[in-house]
Design a binder for this molecule. Sequence first.
Ligand SMILES: Nc1ncnc2c1ncn2[C@@H]1O[C@H](COP(=O)(O)OP(=O)(O)OP(=O)(O)O)[C@@H](O)[C@H]1O
Ligand SMILES: Cc1ncc(CO)c(N)n1
Length: 269
Amino acid sequence: MPIAKTLTIAGSDSSGGAGIQADLKTFQELETFGMSAITAITAQNTLGVHGVYPQSTEAIEAQLDAVLSDIGADGVKTGMLFSAEIIELVAKKVKEYQLKNIVVDPVMIAKGGATLLQQEAIDALKEKLLPVATVITPNLPEAQAILELEKEITNIEEMEEVAKALYELGPEYILLKGGHLTEGPALDLLYDGKEMTKYHVERIDTKHTHGTGCTFAAAIAAELAKGAEIKEAVQVAKDFITAAISDSIQLGSGIGPTNHHAYQRSKRK
Ligand SMILES: Nc1ncnc2c1ncn2[C@@H]1O[C@H](COP(=O)(O)OP(=O)(O)OP(=O)(O)O)[C@@H](O)[C@H]1O
Ligand SMILES: Cc1ncc(CO)c(N)n1
């Protein structure tokens, strides 16, 4: 069988734990052929984001056209898109190349607080990209920003309401991540317009969670690209990220990365 082709459209993380680097590692670990279009270069380490250098829309469009006009993609993950202009370009390319299996991780703010999406780009995200997404994977603060909610989301009942409201914006599925709930298990919610499916695991006691969101979304894209149904794809992604966090790596003196190889190693045991 030919190998499934996966494309990440995201920012580069020089420290290797998040962004393009996390996505490519995840694509490889899940046995797909990973490709990339870099939207921005970040100078980043475990202590935070030290610089953001967005690429021109011309450079991003050239990367997308080069890959998609020749090789194509069976699954796409979007991460840091930074500006309304870049979001509009990506939405245009999704339509132009009739891309399928689009996982939109609406990255807004890095764990250290740096802005990875301009505030004024949230409207473009809502109007242009969410309607063409197969699945979106917001964390709770991102969901709050998209829906312009004043109050924080603090429990599962509120998460269910929020998933329903996000569904109205047009994605085929909503995967709302509850990693930011302060208590209880690391619970995520999948909503398909009818049914809520819950994925929960014991919260792992570690601060080394740099890149968890990117890795999780990339794993969903890889599984969808290989032909998995959404529930199955999310289950593999959940197992993948749980293994990666359980075996997270203490590098640098801040928030270290997860171990992208942990899932495959645990399967071999
Ligand atoms: N301490 C933890 N233990 C177990 N699972 C976790 C933990 N923290 C996060 N997760 C899981 O990791 C996945 C990513 O969720 P999270 O909410 O951390 O994403 P995020 O905030 O978007 O990450 P990022 O900061 O990289 O963008 C989810 O499935 C979440 O439940
Ligand atoms: C480039 C990049 N994308 C996404 C995130 C969010 O984890 C990050 N820290 N850096």
